[in-house]
Design a protein around this ligand. Structure first.
Ligand SMILES: Nc1nc2c(ncn2[C@@H]2O[C@H](COP(=O)(O)OP(=O)(O)OP(=O)(O)O)[C@@H](O)[C@H]2O)c(=O)[nH]1
Length: 846
């Protein structure tokens, strides 16, 4: 029965920090019967925030995936009649128990990359909003990220029990700031219109749901229309308005609703819930966010959570209803189903000029590929070992299958497959397409890796399957770093083992070793990101290590071109085991992709971290054979590919540490040239010695440029998105543009509304959005709602250096209400006073 993909939902909860994701998740687990007691975030006892570092901070750092059934599974054999009724739409899907795989996404701006990474495996999302704060900067950001993956989304306005809760205002903000039409599926029920928040009114089913005050939310009194008319006539009146508005919004986006309306003789109330649900599903499936179903509640007061769960079943798609997943093979991108059907044309991965044109449709993959999955989270569990959370995209992953990791180019067996529930894990024999589960005890897989199982059952799958990547994403460059030192020599190995664990969990952390000083550096996306890494390493994993001061990760670049620098590496000169090789290197500024045609036929290009490494071998052909008889050939134990890879690695090692201030290099083109007559010394030349020679030659080229004064510093410039009340906007703009040297890109709601209006003509006219009055609006003059809690947003580009400690400053400028998010826009060369001041600071601090 549970093989049924139609009854699976892979959903995430997305939100601004503190909107109530964890509180809502805990209630979901409680109602589904997976926890006995409602976990309380403030007490630090929740299931989803299970890392101690998360508990201490009260925020969700890592996405946890939890499976539960909603409605709770009944023991008796499934009622076939019910299933038939659901299939014929005479009963809603929520009548049948569904397996919900819930991915809790992190809420802090430092983790937007982690959010992106976990979002890509979702089929649907619930966006939790704080009903007092409305749409916040990060709500918008994460909403847009979900839009990038075309994820169907519903909105849940939480915290409606709080003073100043503004459901109507939040609905209007949803329209304007999230750029879609709110389709109100519920309106809040305040006692007597303006008293306590006591329940919700269901606009789809035309019933009021009143929650017993102070209870666990399981005791709900249902009021039908007649009952409501008698007891709460004003609310019944509002419900009629809400139903008309819902039908109108849906009619604008789906002709089926227009027909239903005409069939119902233009009576909004006569349209059936099944017709409405089917239409909402239709609108949501596009993933364009043009229609946004809205729900209301107060999770903390146990009001409104079960209807959201019903909506997950009724409105959000099953894995089978989603469009196919994007894949890449080498430089070619396409869709998984096309690849399986042999419709994808794969460009050869070798970047050499001639083979670039060799494109071949790959056929027969469907027979070879037994299953493919994406590892979306890795957690080190003290009892079960490494847990690798996977989502299966096609076929089946069987227990004991040999899984090839296309990122690491390594195989391992999935000896232990589990499904994770809130408080237990259950071993399973297999996981099918659309399912989420865990490989326990995996030794290598990291977050983000693609795992495939092949019928050949060989250690390496046939080409091009060995390059298959599911939903590949771009990893942003790290902009903060710190040194990390073991407390004593004997702690060093243990520290490195634990750092490796950390890197498997979070590949957006980077660890590098300075070859000259031996110092270990850890870099990441933000200050908090590194602080958490430290807490995790020292606090949770108990490494005896100390992290140094967190600093900005500047980059160095070259502004001039070097001559060719040749170096011979000879390990016997250092008394080491034998190894001798040479290399010639030249460096120059690199701005955009260099045209391959300018280089020799067999040149290899490797682009990484904004740099380009080119390896040329002008005297050899593509297969590494001498072009004519005078040319020296490669020795039997080395192929051209190996030499090129060794050279590339040498250049990358040199690029990791600039000549001026030891920052990584950026925007540099390194051209390495191999001349076998000068660089190869028979059997003395090994892969390692070639790497060392390439590194030395590249460093020599950097030194030459440095001696000409041709090294400059680059700084990260951030895209900053600030949300604040109207009243604070002036001082924020002043501060950003004059004190911080930032550039304002866009301002406030008005421009956004205009931009939206241009993007979707005829849409999102705030005056056309239906929303019930908020309690505090009763008796006040019209138009007050437009001023209450009016949030504006400012988008700016600001150097990262000027943003350090900004949150505190923003809070003090906005009476604690301002929020912001940021992400790397680019690295920019520093000049003039800024550069001088930084150099003085760096020298002073050295
Ligand atoms: N009054 C009220 N408070 C709520 C409600 N839901 C959540 N809260 C409180 O809001 C705070 C934040 O809730 P969380 O559930 O931790 O929010 P979150 O979105 O998971 O936060 P992060 O994990 O930090 O992103 C906690 O103090 C909750 O008790 C609600 O419905 N009403």
């Amino acid at each position: 029965m549970w093989q049924n993909t139609d009854r699976t939902r892979n959903i995430g909860i997305i939100a601004h920090i503190d909107a109530g994701k964890t509180t809502t998740t805990e209630r979901m687990l409680y109602y589904s019967g997976h926890t006995r007691r409602i976990g309380d975030v403030d007490e630090g006892s929740t299931v989803t925030d299970f890392l101690p570092a998360e508990r201490a901070r009260g925020i969700t750092i890592q996405s946890a995936a939890i499976t539960f059934n909603w409605p709770p599974q009944v023991d008796s054999a499934e009622d076939v009649k019910t299933a038939e009724a659901v299939a014929s739409q005479s009963l809603p899907r929520s009548t049948l128990s569904h397996r919900i795989n819930l991915i809790d996404t992190p809420g802090h701006a430092d983790f937007t990359f982690e959010v992106r990474r976990s979002l890509r495996i979702l089929d649907g999302a619930v966006c939790v909003l704080d009903g007092v704060a409305g749409v916040e900067a990060q709500t918008e950001q994460v909403w847009n990220q979900a839009a990038d993956w075309k994820i169907p989304r519903i909105a849940y306005v939480n915290k409606l029990d709080r003073d100043g809760a503004a459901f109507g205002q939040t609905v209007r903000e949803i329209g304007v700031r999230l750029g879609g039409w709110p389709a109100l599926c519920q309106i809040p029920w305040f006692e007597g219109g303006r008293g306590n928040f006591c329940g919700v009114v269901d606009v789809v089913n035309l019933v009021g749901l009143k929650y017993a005050s102070g209870g666990d939310g399981k005791s709900i009194t249902t009021y039908n229309m007649t009952h409501l008319e008698a007891e709460e006539p004003a609310l019944a009146q509002e419900l009629r308005k809400a139903r008309a508005a819902l039908v109108e919004v849906l009619s604008e986006h789906d002709d089926a609703m227009v027909e239903a309306f005409l069939d119902a003789e233009e009576d909004h109330l006569a349209i059936t819930p099944a017709q409405i649900l089917s239409c909402i599903r239709q609108c949501l499936n596009a993933g364009d966010g043009k229609v946004i179903p809205v729900f209301a509640g107060a999770s903390f007061r146990n009001i409104g959570v079960q209807p959201v769960l019903d909506a997950v079943n009724n409105m959000l798609p099953s894995p089978a209803e989603r469009p196919q997943a994007e894949v890449s093979i080498g430089a070619t991108t396409g869709y998984l189903d096309d690849l399986l059907a042999g419709r994808m044309i794969v460009h050869s991965s070798t970047k050499s000029k001639s083979s670039r044109q060799a494109v071949v449709p790959v056929v027969g993959i469907d027979k070879t590929l037994k299953g493919c999955a994406l590892a979306f989270k890795v957690v080190n569990d003290s009892r079960k070992g490494m847990l690798v959370y996977i989502r299966v995209y096609s076929g089946t992953i069987e227990r004991n299958a040999l899984l090839y990791n296309t990122n690491l180019k390594q195989s391992e067996r999935a000896t232990n497959l589990l499904r994770m529930y809130a408080n237990e894990s259950v071993p399973v024999q297999s996981l099918e397409a659309g399912q989420i589960g865990v490989i326990a005890g995996s030794k290598y897989a990291r977050t983000g890796d693609t795992l495939i199982s092949c019928a050949t059952n060989k250690a390496v799958p046939p080409s091009p399957l060995d390059q298959l990547q599911l939903r590949p994403i771009h990893v942003p460059p790290p902009v903060f770093f710190a040194s990390i030192e073991p407390n004593s020599l004997k702690d060093e190995k243990d520290m490195h083992d634990k750092l490796n664990l950390l890197l498997r969990e979070d590949p957006s952390l980077h660890v590098t070793q300075d070859e000259d000083t031996g110092q270990t550096l850890i870099s990441g996306m933000g200050e908090l990101h590194l602080e958490i890494a430290r807490d995790r390493l020292v606090g949770d994993l108990k490494a005896n290590a100390t992290m140094g001061k967190i600093a900005i990760g500047y980059r160095e670049t070259v502004t001039q071109t070097s001559r060719s620098n040749s170096k011979i590496f000879d390990s016997s000169a250092r008394g080491d085991a034998k190894g001798k090789a040479g290399c010639t290197a030249a460096v120059e500024p690199y701005r955009s992709r260099t045209l391959m045609d300018e280089h020799s036929d067999n040149a290899l290009q490797h682009e990484q971290d904004g740099n380009l490494v080119i390896v040329e071998a002008p005297t050899l052909d593509r297969k590494g054979r001498p072009l004519d008889d005078d040319c020296v050939s490669l020795p039997g134990h080395l192929t051209l590919n190996e030499v090129q890879s060794a050279f590339t690695n040498g250049a990358l090692a040199a690029l990791a540490r600039g000549p001026g201030f030891s920052y990584p290099m950026r925007n540099v083109q390194v051209t390495l040239t191999l001349d076998p007559a000068k660089h190869i010394f028979g059997s003395d030349t090994s892969y390692a010695s070639l790497t060392a020679a390439a590194r030395l030659a590249t460093i020599a080229a950097f030194r030459e440029v440095s001696s000409m004064g041709g090294i400059a510093i680059m700084e990260p410039v951030m895209n900053v998105d600030i949300g604040a009340d109207d009243a604070s906007i002036g001082s924020i703009i002043q501060d950003i543009s004059s004190s911080r040297g930032g550039q304002i890109v866009s301002l406030g709601d008005n421009e956004e509304a205009e931009a939206n209006a241009q993007a979707f003509p005829r849409e999102i006219d705030v005056s056309r959005i239906y929303a019930p009055k908020d309690p505090f609006e009763f008796g006040s003059s019209a138009g007050l709602d437009q001023q209450v809690n009016k949030q504006r947003s400012i988008k700016a580009k600001v150097p990262l250096k000027e943003m350090v400690g900004y949150l505190k400053h923003l809070r003090s400028m906005t009476g604690g209400r301002g929020t912001f998010t940021m992400s790397v826009d680019r690295f920019e060369r520093m000049t003039g006073q800024r550069e001088k001041a930084l150099i003085a600071e760096l020298r002073g601090g050295a």
